[in-house]
Design a binder for this molecule. Structure first.
Ligand code: IYR
Length: 326
């Protein structure tokens, strides 16, 4: 695959395409990052951006994972000590998932975000940004109901991270886009360069095909799920025989194949008894989606196969979690 195609595959948005093409021309030595508020258990939402980081590593980029402990604290996720502990667990699960420890720089936010220079830059950004603008940037990230002062400091710090970690590309789910747009506007105010951003899609809720799959609402799959739990969740997933159901609905089963399974396996085998036509082998998502639409692939077989491959992907992380907890 061409470097540009590898960098941008499965991305919902790149800002701007021209800037990312420039990076793709000379990826060696460029630095890309994703920041995560630490959480004790990884779910598919985390793994979607992790897949992108694996793509970027393959494209020759250096990858930084920010364990955003200060951000989680500002977003009301618990005491600082608790957050530090979950950050350790998160790192272990990412490594088990396939982010090569030797080629990935794991950085805690608190390692540099409490420095004097960073803090003074933060205050300068606070002066340069309206409350309204900062609040809008946080709309999709904010945890609690009531906005606190910490919630408007948060996106300004995320903006500065891009400069202080010396990055060339910011990666995140689509829910991060408003923060990255703010960063593109504000970094030059401080005399820093604008950096491109790449956003991964938000996968629909498994059972309804609506909205987004997240740990807080609806059903998601996480490193904590047993094989049986995972099978149960996938089997009860919404899977109409089309990739574009009516209205705002998505087909979450196909989305999981597209964003989670195909990027990590060269070949997908759907095992079927001879009397039902025997095994089917797919090398790309399009062919599988077309077969589901034509009826050549039954939704039940698609689900069973999806569960098998997802289970293989989360198995090492599940094992790691068990070790940590014992
Ligand atoms: N806002 C992210 C966490 C985060 C991401 C980056 I990129 C940072 O520089 C800092 C924090 C979230 O919603 O999880």
């Amino acid at each position: 695959m061409e470097t540009y195609d590898l960098i941008t595959r499965n991305a919902e948005e790149v800002v701007t395409d021209e800037e990312v093409r420039e990076l793709a021309d000379e990826p060696d030595g460029t630095r890309a990052y994703v920041g995560y508020e630490p959480s004790g258990v990884l779910h598919l939402g985390h793994l979607l951006t992790a897949n992108k980081l694996i793509d970027l590593q393959e494209a020759g980029m250096e990858v930084v994972v920010l364990l955003a402990d200060v951000h989680a604290y500002l977003n009301g996720k618990g005491s600082f000590e608790e957050i530090r502990e979950t950050a350790e667990q998160m790192k272990a699960q990412f490594v088990a998932y396939g982010l090569d420890e030797d080629n990935t720089e794991f950085v805690y936010g608190s390692e540099f975000q409490l420095d004097e220079e960073y803090t003074l830059d933060l205050h300068e950004l606070e002066l340069a940004t309206t409350l309204n603008r900062a609040q809008r940037a946080m709309a999709e990230i904010q945890g609690g109901e009531t906005a606190k002062v910490s919630h408007v400091v948060y996106p300004l710090m995320q903006t500065l991270d891009i400069e202080y970690l010396d990055l060339d590309l910011a990666v995140g789910g689509l829910d991060q886009r408003k923060v990255h747009m703010l960063a593109r506007e504000e970094l030059p105010e401080l005399g820093y360069d604008v950096r491109p951003a790449l956003h991964t899609p938000i996968v629909a809720d498994l059972t309804s095909g609506e909205g987004k799959m997240s740990s807080s609402e609806g059903v998601t799959i996480s490193m904590e799920d047993s094989t049986e739990e995972l099978e149960e969740k996938v089997n009860s997933a919404f899977c109409p025989p089309t990739r574009d159901p009516e209205g705002d609905l998505e087909n979450p089963v196909l989305e999981l194949f597209e964003y989670h399974v195909f990027p990590r396996f060269d070949e997908i085998v759907v095992e079927r008894p001879e009397e039902y036509g025997g095994d089917l082998t797919y090398e790309d998502y399009e062919t599988l989606a077309a077969d589901l639409e034509s009826g050549d692939l039954h939704p039940a077989d698609a689900k069973g196969t999806l569960a098998t491959y997802l289970d293989e992907l989360i198995a090492p992380g599940r094992e790691k979690l068990r070790e940590i907890r014992d």
